[in-house]
Design a protein around this ligand. Structure first.
Ligand code: ADP
Length: 440
């Protein structure tokens, strides 16, 4: 039993006792009357306190908490303590919020918080500058109405937020932004933007430089290569020194030509940000052609097999796909010792289509696999050179697959062989009938 009940029962007991005392002296009527009057006084007192409470609740400030009698004193004291505690938490929260806002304003990155329906809930000043937003005006607006960029809208819809997006010319600005979408909480999202304009400028300069140097080297190398071949066929080649050096020189000139061609392909792929001009690519035909090339390249040193499990086509760029696939095939042949097996396959894996090259060659130790697509990364530099590698093949493959929203999967074991698979998403796959119909 709590204090209020105890006190109330004691009061009633006192009143009843008073009545019992009054009863023999003034009679039953007077005793009952006195009891009723006392109860009335108690009720009036309670009503008075209730009205004070209601009045105070209209503007509940701790300083104006009413004073009460009896149990009401305890009630008002408890309310006063509650309100003071709430005040303290409020000011702590306000201070934390202020700190957060200051930190968010000082952040070098832009931040926009979106609700479940992609409406803006909050953004920091940097995001205002990046996206041309006005935080006060645009709160509650659908972000895709303000950032009208197809790639951004697509990314937001796709719910595949892994890779950051590179956005140019947002709302007429010449900023280049890297934009990352991070989901959190109950389907809310954080959009983080970073200004990469300077970085991109340097990157463009580097790309242009490589493209220009490669381009400038191409003609002299072709001339040199041509003359070396002509000299090899001439009588002068009887000279002993020339006979020994000419094949070496021709080999090196060819290697340099291949390098220049690969560098040009790579810089072309890197600098082409335009959306892919889609063609219907007859992959089964392409794969049959690659199989014939593989037979020629291997020159009978390997067992080459073709595993054409499906007849589907792809939507993409035929020249780029041919270049990527033939790099995978030539790698399998170059890194598989004589007598080994190479299988070239085209198949479906669920919704995805897969071009896979399997070999039982030298394989790759696990720690090298994540770095294979870096430019000039080789597991065994001398073997790559000996077999005519440029160190750029898999970098080209990665770029081509990225442009087709595909990805490269490498499974390998040293001494047992490797499987290089190029996986294409369902939206790139064109069923055989549709592809053939489009050509007919
Ligand atoms: P490279 O011109 O040197 O072959 P790539 O970019 O095509 O350059 O390949 C990078 C490296 O990956 C190669 O140097 C080689 O070490 C390794 N590699 C690629 N394909 C295979 C394969 N099928 N088997 C073993 N190693 C491979």
């Amino acid at each position: 039993m709590n204090g209020i009940w105890k006190r109330s029962l004691m009061l009633l007991a006192l009143l009843a006792l008073g009545c019992l005392v009054v009863w023999p002296i003034f009679g039953a009527m007077a005793a009952v009357g006195a009891f009723a009057a006392a109860l009335l006084v108690i009720v009036v007192l309670h009503l008075h306190h209730v009205s004070m409470l209601l009045k105070w609740l209209r503007h509940p400030v701790p300083e104006a908490t009413p004073q009460g009698l009896g149990v009401w004193g305890g009630v008002f004291a408890a309310l006063y303590r509650m309100l003071r505690q709430q005040r303290r938490s409020e000011s702590q929260l306000t201070a934390t919020l202020k700190d957060f806002q200051l930190a968010a304003a000082a952040m070098p990155d832009g931040m926009v918080i979106l609700d479940q329906t992609d409406r803006i809930e909050w953004c920091n000043p940097r995001a205002e500058r990046h996206f041309g937003l006005d935080c006060e005006r645009d709160i509650g607006q659908q972000i895709t109405y303000l950032l009208r960029h197809p790639q951004f809208a697509e990314k937001l819809q796709s719910q595949n937020y892994g890779e950051p997006l590179m956005l140019r010319q947002l709302r007429g600005s010449d900023l280049i932004l890297s934009v990352q979408i991070v989901p959190y909480g109950d389907r809310q999202k954080l959009v983080i933007s970073r200004d990469i304009t300077d970085l991109e400028r340097v990157e463009t300069m580097r790309r242009d430089f490589i493209a220009n140097v490669s381009h400038e080297l191409r003609t002299p190398l072709t001339v040199l290569g041509g003359f070396l071949e002509t000299i090899s066929d001439m009588k002068a080649a009887d000279n002993d020194l020339l006979r020994r050096s000419l094949p070496l020189m021709t080999d090196q000139a060819r290697r340099m030509q291949r390098l220049v061609e690969d560098l040009l392909t790579l810089s072309h792929l890197e600098s082409d940000n335009s959306p892919l001009r889609d063609e219907r690519v007859n992959v089964p035909n392409l794969v049959r052609g690659l199989y014939r090339d593989a037979l020629a390249l291997s020159a009978g040193r390997h067992g080459i097999a073709l595993d054409l499990e499906c007849e589907d086509w792809l939507s993409g760029r035929e020249d780029e796909l041919r270049s990527a696939f033939s790099n995978l095939v030539s790698n399998a042949i170059r890194y598989t010792p004589e007598g080994g097996e190479v299988t070239i396959g085209w198949q479906r894996r669920g919704e995805q289509a897969v071009f896979a090259v399997r070999d039982n060659g030298i394989g790759i130790p696990a720690q090298h696999i994540p770095r294979l697509t870096e430019r000039f990364y080789r597991v065994d530099r001398s073997r790559s050179r000996e077999t005519g590698g440029t160190g750029l093949g898999l970098a080209i493959v990665k770029h081509v697959l990225n442009r087709h929203q595909g990805r490269l999967e490498v499974v390998s074991e040293p001494g047992r062989g490797s499987v290089f698979s190029a996986l294409f998403p369902a939206q790139r796959v064109v069923p055989a009938e549709t592809g053939e119909a489009a050509v007919a």
